[in-house]
Each structure stands twice: as C-alpha cells, then as structure tokens.
Design a protein around this ligand. Structure first.
Ligand code: ATP
Length: 365
C-alpha cells in the first residue's frame, strides 16, 4: 500500500500540438479510492497510463510512496491495471490468466501461486471457473477474472480504466459494490477512471474532475456536488444537470438582486454575497439544481415565472421542463402535475443558488 502523488504531470502528443494532461498535481492518500471523471478526451486514460508506466510523461513527476517512479519501467512499478476490455489471454485458462503476472514477477512455487490465485478467485466468487477459458465466460465473469488477476498481484496501487463500461446496467451496479468491497477489504490505493459522473460520485472517497487535461476540482462527492468551483463542474456533476440562467445584478441596500433579461427570474442575495462582488456591472450566471426547485407560494420572493413545456413522470417525482434559459428542468414531487402550456411560479432556497462569473465561469458563491 502506498500514497500516490502526481506533481505537475504533463503529457503532450504530436510535438506539443495536443496537451492531453496539463500540469496535473494530485495527492492521493494511502488506501484511498479516487475516481477520475470528465468528458471524452479530457485526459483520464492518459493520466492512468502514465501512472502505470505505459505512457511516458513529457514533464512532471509521479511518486508511489516516497519513490519517484516517473522513469521506472512499467513492469517494475507495483501497480495493477484493470481494463474495460478485460485484456485476458484467450488461450489460457482462468487460473493461468490470473497467475500469469505472478509467474513473471515473483519466484513463488507453483503451489504457492495456486494458493494465491485460489484465494483471489474465492474473493471474486469465481473459484469454480478456474479451468475455463475466457470465451466460455460472460462479460461479468470475465471482468471478475480481470479483477482477480489484479488482486493476485497484491499491488501498491490499483488502476481501473472504465472497467464496467461493457456490462449491462444491473451488472454494473453489482460490480461497483464488489469493487468497493474488495478495495476496502484490501485497503489498496485506487484510481478509477470513468466518464460516468454517477459512478464517480457513488464509488469515490474523493473525485477528481478533469477538463481539457486540466484539474477542475478535487473533493469528496458531496463537496463537489454542493460547492462546485466553476460552472463546468456544476453542470457536469448531478443528473439532470444544474440549470443555468444569465442574470444582471443590482445593489439594493445591503443586498444584491439578480434578474434575467425578461424579468421572469428574480432572486435577492444577502450582504455576504454583495460583499463578494466588486462590480455589479459584470456578467453573472446563476446555477440551480433541478432538485432544489419547488412550487412557489404567494409570499416567495425568489422566483422564476415560466411556462411548463413537458411533464415527465419518473415514478417518485416529476421532471418539469420549463421554458427558461436554454434547458431548465425542475424535479418536483409527483403530485405536482401542471398542464403543458400552463404558467407556473417556482422558487428555490437562497442557499441553493450558485452564482458564477459570467465570463470565467468561476464560482462567486
Ligand atoms: P475517453 O473518455 O474518450 O477515453 P480520456 O479522457 O480518457 O477520453 P485520453 O484518451 O486520455 O482522454 O485523451 C486525451 C487527449 O489526448 C485527447 O485529445 C486524445 O485525442 C489525445 N491522445 C491520446 N492518446 C494519444 C496518442 N497516442 N496520440 C495522439 N493523441 C493522443
């Protein structure tokens, strides 16, 4: 077990034309499970491959424990990687697949290797499949073998590259729990790449959000959800996405009132917010999550008055698609059932209003 540290890690391709990873610095604690998430092409896989030693870094450093492994060959790094496509040898049995790494990297006897493989297979619930070949297995079983093979190595670090993408939704949920259970049981520092923000949120002790090779935010899932550092993170984390409205600001006494161009949105924020903005003439974007929106009463002052376009029942709740900004969705109780075309007023708690700089997208509140 070991902590993992990336220090201004950079990867350029095509003689610097493509910056896949842009001076990324991360500190991952011993035994921590960190998920790496972001849109396609943001540099997740490249980061993981550099940690594994499958890709060289253009600059920066990688430390496993106290050792700088930046220039250490992949086979001499104590990491085990699990891939999306399982990467099993088709002509070898499950036992041979799982034991192969051990045979290459340790001087364990055949019996000792068998014991280690059997233990890992038991952990993954595949001890009855040891003499099968990969093409006799289902996708879920193949991924269990791939996980078992990683466990057998008893590495310092586990690296997962979208390991569940090829599985159906139900199996994916089961395997998420399995991976978390094993990781906790073994306490092995893990980095898990996914493009699925829900997977990242449910699995990670902490979550790292990347965009264009750059770190956007690192934090516990609830931190990132409650306090996104910029508009991109606000929009990326959470489903359906955070709603955004461009607004103007006016000072009124100690408060600031935010309104959109056509006056359908209005929200008063207290002096603590007013103190934080220097210039009300700037451009602002308000962000409000669908689940933070409620039908308004007469007394509510923070309101959006708008037309209902579509009502979509999802069982426990209804999604209301509202005619505001580009897309605006409210997640309300299932007994709130306005007619399409109806004008409604919705409200939101002042604490649930995120305000971003309209230009840089950085959070102001
Ligand atoms: P995805 O979710 O689609 O797998 P990702 O976040 O894992 O994406 P990377 O695969 O790390 O992203 O790619 C980051 C950027 O680097 C992309 O612009 C990609 O096209 C580029 N890239 C990756 N590998 C190479 C390569 N070998 N040669 C040139 N460009 C590359």
């Amino acid at each position: 077990m070991a902590k993992l540290r990336l220090e201004t890690l950079r990867k350029e391709f095509d003689r610097g034309q493509i910056v896949a990873v842009d001076d990324l610095s991360l500190d991952i604690e011993d035994g921590e499970f960190v998920t790496l998430v972001g849109p396609s092409g943001c540099g997740k896989t490249t980061t993981l491959r550099m940690i594994a030693g499958l890709e060289s870094a253009t600059s920066g450093h990688i430390y496993i424990g106290d050792e700088d492994v930046t220039d250490v060959h992949a086979k001499n790094r104590d990491v085990a990687m699990v891939f999306q496509n399982y990467a099993l040898y088709p002509h070898k049995t499950v036992e041979e697949n799982m034991g192969f790494g051990l045979r290459m990297s340790t001087d364990l006897s055949k019996e000792e290797r068998h014991e280690r493989v059997y233990e890992a297979a038991e952990m993954m619930g595949i001890e009855d499949l040891l003499s099968d070949k990969p093409d006799e297995l289902s996708g879920g079983q193949k991924q269990r073998v791939a996980l078992g093979r990683a466990i057998v190595r008893e590495p310092d670090i586990f690296l997962f590259d979208e390991p569940l993408s090829n599985l159906d939704a139900k199996l994916r949920t089961t395997m998420r729990t399995e991976i978390q259970r094993i990781q906790q049981e073994l306490g092995i520092t893990s980095v898990y790449v996914t493009h699925d923000q829900e997977e990242a949120m449910t699995m990670g002790d902490r979550i790292v959000i990347l965009r264009d090779g750059e770190l956007q935010q690192m934090g516990a899932p609830t931190d990132v959800y409650d306090r996104p550092t910029n508009r991109f993170v606000g929009g990326f984390i959470g489903s359906p996405s955070m709603n955004f409205i461009d607004v103007d600001a006016t000072r009124e006494g100690g408060t600031v009132v935010l309104t959109d161009r056509d006056g359908s949105f209005s929200c008063r924020l207290p002096s603590s917010f007013a103190d934080r903005i220097r210039d009300v003439d700037g451009a602002f974007t308000v962000g409000i999550r669908p689940e933070d929106i409620f039908p308004a009463s007469e007394r509510d002052e923070n309101v959006l008055t708008t037309t209902v376009e579509v009502v979509e029942p999802i069982g426990s709740d209804n999604y209301l698609y509202l005619d505001a900004a580009e897309d605006f969705i409210a997640r309300v109780d299932s007994d709130v059932e306005p007619e399409p075309g109806e004008t409604i007023r919705v409200t939101f708690a002042e604490d649930d209003v995120h305000v971003f700089d309209g230009e840089s997208g950085g959070v102001i509140r």
